[in-house]
Design a protein around this ligand. Structure first.
Ligand code: NAP
Length: 364
């Protein structure tokens, strides 16, 4: 059996970081040897650093308990032989995160990030494996632009709520039904705010109708994901207009999106949409990557679904579950979509991106 690639988790003590620790247990290709976090956690064993804030539904794995947590910015302590890092850090400013992630890349360590800091950097790919894996080809341009000569780069994944519906929209576009306008209303889980996140008195018996910065991300990030590589970076496809309202609801995991869609000219019939979703497959499925869901879009013909508690874990939390497709009196159609925000929308999506980047030879 070939030796596993040695990986690190920046921000390994946070909610997304803990999901990486959980999901990477027993991964066939990757093995965690390094965990980094804030100076508050640095110098402690992983067990000491997280024991009061561990949120996973499993014990802290023995494989990581004794790893000594490093300060993210202590580059001299990066262990030898590290192939790449997953990044799930928060820092006081996005400039700090941009600087730290580029510093790793400069040192020859690829960064597969969950952070929003580099999503708008034109030569950084923002990947959803089933949609725009081809954007990985901007990596050599990034390496040339920034003189990264030892194989380092930064690749990011988009905002967690996008995963709930964008693949379903992309499948229709890829089948020739061009989308003109979308109205998206999200109902986002509390784990999306990290730990400790939203105070319990704000959240129990309540809905918060605003999440800072989230509506802008929902309206703009799809345009880069659907864009193309041109010149020195990725150019947006701004042919779709999106209007978003993002709310926080008292659900632990699982972001739901209510989607109204208007097509440009050719409008599919309902049974055509269902058939496109059912048969949609992309490169992660063709390659049978370890974290690829077998069927990326699962449609449930039941008016009471999808529901976060019942459907977020479908296909190891990596599938999106869609329901309630029906004609709309104002637009053409409306439907409800759901994905697991800390798995498909965060750590699982990051792992799938790393698997794709390994397949494409960018991670070695
Ligand atoms: P979190 O629970 O607050 O965890 C933050 C992590 O960053 C911890 O490991 C923390 O270390 C570390 N950190 C904090 N301040 C730092 C500093 N000054 N220097 C270095 N490290 C520092 O947040 P999260 O929910 O895991 O989110 C992490 C990132 O992923 C965010 O950018 C978020 O937007 C993004 N994201 C989250 C989700 C989600 O569903 N939660 C989904 C997609 C993307 P300590 O433990 O030492 O404080």
């Amino acid at each position: 059996m070939p030796e596993k690639l040695k990986v690190g988790v920046l921000g390994g003590t946070g909610v997304v970081g803990q999901n990486y620790i959980k999901l990477l247990q027993g991964h066939p290709w990757f093995e965690i040897i390094d965990i980094a976090a804030s100076p508050r956690s640095a110098g402690k064993t992983y067990l000491e650093a997280v024991k009061k804030k561990w949120q996973m539904d499993m014990m802290i794995p023995d494989t990581v308990k004794d790893i000594m947590v490093r300060d993210v910015q202590d580059y001299s302590a990066v262990p030898d032989g590290l192939s790449f890092v997953f990044s799930a850090i928060t820092m006081p400013s996005k400039d700090d995160i941009r600087r730290v992630e580029m510093e790793y890349a400069k040192k020859g360590i690829p960064v597969v990030s969950n952070n929003s800091a580099h999503r708008w950097t034109p030569d950084v790919p923002m990947l959803i494996g089933e949609i725009n894996h081809a954007h990985a080809d901007v990596i050599p341009i990034q390496q040339k632009n920034r003189r990264f000569e030892s194989g380092g780069f930064v690749a990011v994944k988009p905002n967690c709520s996008l995963q709930s519906y964008l693949t379903a929209i992309y499948a229709l576009e890829a089948a020739g039904y061009k989308v003109d306008q979308l109205i998206i209303t999200t109902l986002q889980a509390v784990s999306g705010a990290g730990y400790p996140g939203v105070p319990s008195l704000d959240m129990i018996d309540n809905i918060v109708p605003y999440i800072g910065g989230e509506e802008e991300k929902t309206e703009k990030e799809p345009l880069k994901i659907l864009g193309k590589i041109e010149g020195d970076g990725i150019t947006n496809d701004d042919s779709i207009k999106i209007s978003a309202t993002c709310t926080r609801v008292p659900v632990i995991d699982g972001h739901t999106a209510v989607v109204n869609v208007k097509f440009k000219s050719k409008v599919p019939k309902k049974n055509q949409i269902l058939s496109i979703w059912k048969n949609f497959r992309a490169l992660p499925q063709e390659l049978d990557l370890p974290f690829a869901p077998e069927q990326p879009i699962i449609y449930l013909d039941d008016n009471t679904r999808p529901q976060p508690r019942k459907d977020r874990n479908n296909d190891k939390g990596m599938a999106i579950t869609v329901g309630r497709l029906r004609e709309d009196n104002v637009f053409d159609y409306k439907f409800v979509a759901l994905s697991h925000n800390t798995v498909r929308g965060a750590a699982g999506g990051g792992i799938l991106n790393a698997e794709l980047l390994k397949h494409k030879g960018y991670i070695k």
